[in-house]
Ligand binder design. Structure first.
Ligand code: NDP
Length: 402
């Protein structure tokens, strides 16, 4: 666990004291709405500073008014007029553009939830470091594309990173920092997605609608497709590698269709510690919002007698080639995860738009990774500019392969 993730209540206002000042990047998405769902259950506990969205000005304005935000920002400048008009007379500031999102992220807060989807989340997440005391990170693409840069910047800025992703949040809860040298394995679980039992020949015919039906989790479209290809598990392996002091060989994936056990840490004495809960993102989000305390949430308690059976199996790397591609990028390091992520974003967008088939997602990612050798190797991005250039380079290769 990096020092930016150390346990302990350093500087945290206890519940019942001053309200916590909170900003949300990606308010109108699946994670953002779950954050506000929890905020609504804790009247007076939070003051909302900034709320941001991509282009959904109508919903963003409604939420900004309902939660009395100080500023609302849309990334897409063409949505600005609608946002401004809807907020007229409310006293809530309106702004637009990628730079305005980064400026909003840099406003002082106690907690900032980073829940923009994709590489677009990196710049504002970096901008928030130092301005927020705790950054609750859902945007896994930040850690995949530029994890070392992001975590080193957080460390220098004194911002604590709490993982929102359910698997990493689970590991955070059971990883004993003092016993880090005695950890032998970190395991993240995977539901297996909608095609867990689909024979390989049938995967070529998978449509957008089929892939968007996740059996266990309700999430935004990009991560839902990533879950169907198992790229999500690959991105999460890289995320775990960035966050926890373990080697690549100590990380593994276990398919667990019930999605009750979210993450496990094995110790050298033979103990295997796990976090269990219903598959509902409000549990890890609530954990981050209340940290270092634990607060009640409206999440239905896990009833193990009703669940009855928990099963585990190894992932099928042959039917789901995105997982071994991500594992290879993780082993390779030096910018390869950034390339993997960029190519995957391009491919998933093309699949959602009906331009390529399901199996083409892995093909496009593989082609982009192969481009690294042609380029003569890469290095890990050491600045936002370097990450943006590498991301752009990989996108061009991926686009050419569609
Ligand atoms: P959604 O697609 O549901 O929401 C994405 C949010 O980001 C929306 O508010 C969207 O605005 C905004 N957005 C999109 N593009 C941009 C942009 N270019 N600039 C600024 N804002 C933008 O995604 P999720 O909530 O599902 O996921 C968010 C992140 O959290 C992802 O990184 C995902 O991997 C991670 N995550 C999600 C989980 C989940 O359960 N959903 C679980 C674990 C991690 P608009 O509505 O206007 O388009």
């Amino acid at each position: 666990m990096t020092s930016t993730m150390e346990a302990g209540g350093r500087g945290e206002a206890a519940w019942g004291q001053a309200p916590r000042r909170l900003s949300i990047l990606g308010t109108t998405g699946s994670i953002g709405l779950n954050v506000l769902d929890l905020v609504a259950t804790e009247p007076g506990r939070f003051e909302i500073e900034a709320l941001t969205a991509g282009r959904n000005a109508r919903e963003l304005a409604e939420l900004a008014i309902r939660f009395s935000a100080r500023i609302a920002v849309v990334a897409d400048p063409s949505s600005y007029a609608e946002l401004r008009d809807r907020l007229a007379g409310t006293g809530i500031e309106a702004a637009a553009g990628a730079e305005a999102i980064a400026s909003a992220a840099a406003r002082p807060t106690d907690i900032l939830v980073s829940a923009i989807v994709g590489f677009a989340g990196l710049a504002p997440s970096l901008a928030a470091l130092g301005a927020t005391r705790t950054l609750a990170l859902a945007n896994k693409e930040t850690l995949v594309s530029a994890g070392p840069l992001f975590l080193a910047t957080a460390e220098r800025a004194g911002t604590r990173i709490l993982p929102v992703d359910s698997e990493h949040n689970a590991i955070f809860q059971v990883f004993e920092t003092d016993n880090a040298p005695n950890v032998s394995e970190v395991i993240i679980t995977a539901s297996g997605g909608p095609f867990l039992r689909t024979p390989k020949p049938e995967l070529a015919a998978v449509t957008r609608d089929m892939a968007l039906k996740h059996p266990k989790w309700s999430m935004g479209p990009k991560i839902t497709i990533d879950s169907a290809t198992l790229m999500n598990k690959g991105l999460e392996l890289i995320e775990a590698y960035r966050l926890y002091p373990v080697s690549v060989d100590q990380l593994s994936v276990l398919v667990h269709p019930q999605s009750v056990v979210h993450g496990l840490v094995r110790y050298k004495d033979g103990s295997l510690l796990a976090e269990l809960g219903v598959p509902d993102m409000r549990t890890p989000i609530g954990y981050c919002l209340a940290w270092p305390e634990r607060r009640p949430t409206t999440v239905k308690p896990l009833d193990l007698a009703t669940v009855g059976t928990l099963t585990f199996e190894a992932p099928d790397r042959d039917r789901f080639p995105c997982l071994p591609l991500a594992e290879a990028a993780m082993r390779r390091g030096d910018g390869a995860p950034c390339v993997l992520n960029a190519a995957n974003e391009v491919a998933v967008e093309a699949f959602l738009a009906g331009r390529i088939g399901f199996l083409d997602i892995a093909r496009v990612v593989e082609a982009a990774l192969a481009g690294i050798d042609a380029k003569g190797g890469l290095s890990e991005p050491s600045s936002l500019l370097a990450a943006t250039e590498l991301d752009g380079w990989a996108r061009k290769i991926a686009l050419a392969c569609l």
